[in-house]
Design a protein around this ligand. Sequence first.
Ligand code: HGY
Ligand code: MN
Ligand code: MN
Length: 422
Amino acid sequence: MSDQQTVSGPETFDRMWADLVPLGRDPDSGGYHRHAWNGADTEVRAWFTEAAVARGLDVRADRNGNLWAWWGTPGPGAVATGSHLDSVPDGGAFDGPLGVASALAAVDELRGRGLTPTRPLAVTVFVEEEGGRFGVPCLGSRLTAGEISPERVRGLTDASGTTWAQAMEAAGHDPHAIGADPEALAGLDAFVELHVEQGRALEETPHPVGVASAIWPHGRWRMDFTGRADHAGTTRLSDRSDPMLPFAHAVLAARALAEEHDARATVAKARIAPNGTNAIPSSVSAWLDARAADGAVLDAIVDGVREVAAKTAREHGVEHAMVNESLTPLVSFSHGLRDRLAAVVASRAPDPRVPVLPTGAGHDAGVLAAHVPTAMLYVRNPTGVSHSPHERARPEDCHAGVLALADVLQDLLERPVDEGEG
Ligand code: HGY
Ligand code: MN
Ligand code: MN
């Protein structure tokens, strides 16, 4: 970084991306299993620390294990940008890491422009955004924002029964220190998250970069169906308590209700015990992921699934319980700030009508938005596919994202967010 005039964010992005992409990639699927505190997560966190230190940034882990790389001394009026490095099980390369690598590349770009910020800038990495290991999404940002209790987080378990506390401690962080960090958030003037688009809205436009308008209310519900194991060949149908049957009804109800309400409902994770071919299951646990443009519709979908699950469980002599594990209400990003970002992005855009898009995907930015003036940029995704090894963004669109983010950060560093914007 010595010859700063020659540094361009898009160039350094390419180099960082080449280093980051192989870390933890499954050789068979091409996907990633980067989850809080596991080996792949440790590798990508080390990659981040090394990349940030190489830029002369001061890297600190906060009490919740989130990473903050500071350009300038941490203090009031800071601008922060970043995302997460964890993935869903067998996730894609871009969801999360694109925002982190773009943030570091934007720092390079700003330095290359000769900018010396008079206010601090932080590049952040939030822990366990996907909930891929411990089930609850946005754990790092929720803890910092004080929106989940540290006791609950410490006790969350992964599929093998390891608790968050054990996993965090094994990774070298103190699980007793976790909790709300109002000071960290109070010091932020603005937070911006750049993210790969998880849909095809930008692909239908000439724009490589868009701005977020809102995040749909969404949540996760655990459904437990408890029946009785028995022989698949000898047990008369009328004598069974088969939990698979109400489970199947619940899955179909979720789909039908989502269609009826023009919303989303998905059951993608289930645990069947004992999971033998020739034994009626003793229990099924499954997770409903539901999202809608409006909270009342979301409630209607979840209530509808609960009703069908309860009714069909009764009919089959099965016990049923359903509990909410996470809930994110509607996030409407501040109009002032999003308009300001759209105006900045428009300066390099193919036309001034930069798309401003709602999404059904959750983000750390959505959690922070209740505490800090927050905005998001989206980078075009040619297929719209996400949460899959097939997730993509074109290199030239990633470069446009880096430049747009650098422009936005420069603008925010030069002029604080005013009351009407935040
Ligand atoms: O699942 C989500 O919407 C997010 O990517 N955590
Ligand atoms: Mn995601
Ligand atoms: Mn993400």
